[in-house]
Ligand binder design. Structure first.
Ligand SMILES: [Zn+2]
Length: 576
């Protein structure tokens, strides 16, 4: 089968679903924030923290936004990115206005800093790490601001944002130019976050060679060279330090074509996601570190949300390059069991970790007084479904995620109007096109063994291959395609040497309401078969809930993403 390589995302607008509800919840939260307060650290850094310069100096928000935290101000970058996505995908003028205003403030700050520095922290933090003196991840934090600026240019047409980033980048060209290759390698070990990705983005946008040079200076040789040579250099390392660095390699490969960068990404995926055991959610890590043995790491500090968001982004790079369905399967699990599960469905609060230990509760962080890294990634995550659903190339439209959407897609020499909604037991994809010849490729999820496919009500016998179902035809007028995957309850082993299993219904991890780790009797397969799924309407995943009835024990079983304040158990010892 043609794997449909070199895909690009379709820009999709969400239609009503669980996902659009969560996006709206997040947008409502974003609108409750005062962008001037989010800029407080930038004003202070530019010497503008006085009402001589501003009508009134905005007060910092709490937690990591306070002036005595070295990571202050990073949230503003996430916020600008989320504003840009909501403008781009959802045509939200209010969010563009907010993002534009923040760019204006950054321009003001940069002007005060002699048209150079535009950060929320001082350059002296970088001078300190160059002398091997500890500062808390300044490059990681600075990247967030660059990312916000680049996204405001790319998705919200803000030219000023690009000028600010371009002028500020010169500081980095000059600073990194002072160091030899050995010193640069050490600097890259000081958590550089996604700066390499920003340099590669700016190279793609401007074509300026200075960015190609900067990207190469930020390549983390001490991590990626061992990975490429076949060594697991990840176990026990901080997970969220490394994933954004792999984004840098991915984007550098796309923009420079250098094979070394692609090899780095593939080796990273191999050791991080393919050969490493993962939680039944699809996520990894405990206490923020990559772990090798899950059985020793069930705790209340598992699956940091930033790692979920960043792993989805890495999988998205690989999906576009290869067209392989396994990356879309991976993304799907993390959308349900990370994006949705780590956002409070009632309040829009977020949980930094998603606890895997039996009897845990999600710990919801304060919306205005914490501002840890994960709230930043959460506001981006909930704003960015629009480019994760469908992909295309010249003559194919690929449906990757079953999230209701609508889009006008240039394909087959014309424009097709494609939309998707839930329908009974599955999904209905409506295609409107003026006699255009192209292939509609549907993902058969890895959890679904069979499927039903109907075109205008007529059953189709098209087989699936390598996780894809291809419908190649001339599309004229309006056509209704109904796709019905086979949902089923399946056990997911914690480890081959351990009796503990989780239960997934399709991609959705089910949590038992429980105050500790309780056992079940019988094989995991028999337990799964005994669970009544008759009332779980997962075509519309807002539905769903059932019970495990087992030798006198009864646990209510609900999707993990629906849990708010209840204590729960994911892994059940299954005693045969
Ligand atoms: Zn985080």
């Amino acid at each position: 089968m043609n794997m449909q390589k070199n895909l690009k995302p379709v820009e999709a607008r969400l239609r009503r679903s669980l996902f659009s509800e969560r996006m709206e919840l997040n947008r409502h939260y974003m609108k409750s924030l005062d962008e001037r307060r989010l800029m407080a650290s930038y004003f202070m850094e530019a010497g503008l923290n006085s009402n001589i310069h501003l009508d009134s100096f905005p007060k910092h928000y709490g937690g990591w936004e306070e002036p005595d935290w070295q990571v202050r101000g990073a949230f503003a970058g996430h916020y600008m990115s989320a504003c840009a996505y909501l403008h781009h995908f959802e045509k939200d003028g209010e969010m563009k206005r907010r993002g534009d205003l923040m760019v204006d403030y950054l321009a003001l700050c940069q002007k005060e800093n002699e048209h150079n520095w535009a950060g929320s922290i001082p350059p002296v933090y970088l001078e300190r790490i160059a002398r091997d003196k500890w500062v808390w991840a300044p490059q990681y934090m600075i990247h967030k601001t660059f990312m916000g600026l680049i996204d405001m240019y790319r998705y919200a047409n803000n030219e000023k944002a690009l000028s600010i980033a371009d002028a500020w980048a010169d500081w980095f060209v000059s600073w990194t130019g002072r160091f030899d290759s050995e010193r640069l390698a050490k600097l890259a070990d000081w958590e550089s976050g996604g700066l390499m990705e920003s340099w590669a983005d700016l190279y793609a946008i401007t074509g300026d060679e200075k960015y190609k040079t900067l990207a190469s200076r930020y390549y983390r040789k001490n991590l990626f060279d061992p990975l490429i040579s076949g060594e697991d250099a990840l176990t026990h390392r901080h997970a969220n330090t490394s994933i954004p660095e792999a984004h840098g390699c991915a984007r550098a490969y796309e923009t420079t074509g250098e094979e070394k960068y692609r090899k780095a990404v593939e080796a990273f995926w191999h050791f991080g996601m393919e050969t490493r055991a993962a939680w039944a959610t699809g996520g990894q890590n405990n206490r923020e570190a990559w772990v090798s043995d899950l059985t020793e790491n069930l705790s209340a500090s598992t699956q940091e949300f930033c790692t979920v968001y960043n792993s989805v982004r890495l999988a998205d790079y690989l999906l576009c390059w290869t067209g392989e369905a396994k990356y879309a399967d991976y993304i799907e699990r993390l959308l349900y069991n990370g994006y949705l599960a780590q956002q409070n469905r009632e309040t829009a609060q977020y949980c930094y970790f998603l606890p895997m230990a039996g009897g845990s509760k999600k710990k919801w962080e304060d919306k205005y007084n914490t501002f840890y890294c994960c709230i930043g990634t959460m506001v981006q995550a909930q704003s960015s479904y629009g480019d994760k659903i469908a992909y295309q190339n010249k003559d194919t439209v690929v449906i990757s995620q079953y999230i209701p959407f609508g889009a006008d897609i240039s394909v087959g020499g014309g424009v097709a109007a494609v939309s998707m909604d839930f329908c009974e037991a599955g999904y209905e994809i409506a295609v409107g096109a003026p006699n255009l010849e192209f292939t509609l490729r549907l993902r058969l999820p890895g959890w679904s063994k069979g499927f039903g496919l109907f075109i205008d009500g007529e059953p189709q016998g098209i087989p699936a291959k390598d996780g894809w179902i291809d419908i190649a035809r001339v599309w004229g007028g309006k056509t209704a395609v109904r796709f019905v995957p086979e949902y089923r309850m399946a056990p997911v082993s914690l480890d081959a040497r351990d009796s503990r299993h989780a239960f997934c219904y399709g991609p959705v991890l089910m949590a038992g309401l429980s105050d500790g780790e309780h056992s079940l009797y019988g094989s995991a397969e028999k337990v799964a078969d005994s669970i009544d799924t008759g009332k779980m309407a997962f075509a519309d995943p807002r539905g769903g809930g059932t019970y495990i009835q087992n030798k006198g024990n009864s646990f209510k079983l609900v999707p993990l993403y629906k849990i708010t304040d209840e204590s729960y158990q994911i892994y059940f010892p299954c005693i045969e």
